[in-house]
Design a protein around this ligand. Sequence first.
Ligand code: PLZ
Length: 453
Amino acid sequence: MTTSALAPTAPIGGPTLTQKRELVTAIPGPRSLELLERKKQSVAAAIGITLPVFVEAAGGGVVRDVDGNTLIDFGSGIAVTGVGNSAPAVVEAVTQQVAQFTHTCFMVNGYESYIEVAEKLNEITPGDHEKRTALFNSGAEAVENAIKIARYFTGKQAVVAFDHAYHGRTNLTMGLTAKSMPYKSGFGPFASEIYRAPMSYPFRDGGISGDEAAARAILQIEKQVGAANLAAIIIEPIQGEGGFIEPAPGFLPALSAWATANNVIFIADEVQTGFARTGDLFASNHEDLVPDIMVTAKGIAGGLPLSAVTGRADVMDAAHVGGLGGTYGGNPIACAAALATIRTFEESGAINRAREIGTIFRGRLNGLRAGDPRIGDVRGRGAMIAMEIIDPATKEPDAALTSKVAAAAHAAGVIVLTCGTFGNVIRFLPPLSISNELIADGLDVVRDALAKA
Ligand SMILES: Cc1ncc(COP(=O)(O)O)c(CNCCCC(=O)O)c1O
């Protein structure tokens, strides 16, 4: 059995998990159903659960639920546990740290691991210029702070985000996010001075080039906002929740060049694409993009909540002392996890593994597409791959079929997620610690779910 160098050897303390899909009850099983009832009586209904099994253990490429079912993980907790769930190095680092001290608030008393994480991010993010980093907890919090920093540095207020963008669920980041339901509907009003520009969406924009799409976006920005008022452009190098939309080559570099020429801060939101997920350490590396600010989270700490804003030192140092902060930002346990996670990525060939995984997924999905026109597009890079589901007669999005296929995969013990402005994208975000055998079995399940739908 070929397994990734990232696969857990002997998990420390954790249960030994059989790296094989195995169902012993219906999905969800009886214990999960009991917990689901309790959840309904105790947790806000707005907190939904995509696949309502409750987890007992996870690692490698599987999740084991409280009923003893072992499911294949094609979601990584939404692109978080790329290094593997309960990755041994992370477990060891966190165990040691939690026994030393759990919290000081870095703004009260510092600790070395925060500095080490900042030094590491300044080193590995694109660009050899001097950088600074600020640590937070969630992706949305980091995006909020990236915008604060850009506005402070430029003295300008407007911000441009793109069609199909997703940047979070806080007030400002909801304003930056494009899709209304479920993220924004009913939660307004939203922050002011946020503008939207057209995205390069090769499958749906008539195949215009990256340069043409950038020219279209820049013209709209110049006419509807004006560079003199614009603090920042924020964009995901591959859009995540909006549908794994990979812009045409040249789109991002053209936007970045325009921003630089117009004293506009270019922010790359790599919350979902960062840390080897796309077959580069960061998706920005793919076109040699050097953002002024990069936002990271998710894959950074193997499951512990941590996010970061890393950017040009002149930009990051502009705000007055005390202007940025928060109680838990860069907490010591998450910093310990991040250092272990990044070290594991660096030492275990994560980038090559992500590329291998992408080759396997694209090969299988393009094979399905050749015989099934309902698969309109297969796209993405590395271990961030998706297929867009359509009505082949009209190319219209088919959200109903998408949901049906995902539900069938869940019932068969494969955790697969959907996304997209139109709800018609099935996305694959496996942990880089997954084995080729689990990938093959999981994709067989998706194949059969499509065939029966
Ligand atoms: C690019 C990009 N920027 C920002 C964020 C926000 O990160 P937080 O850690 O969820 O706040 C995300 C989070 N994506 C998953 C959201 C899941 C959901 O809430 O339904 C992202 O993908």
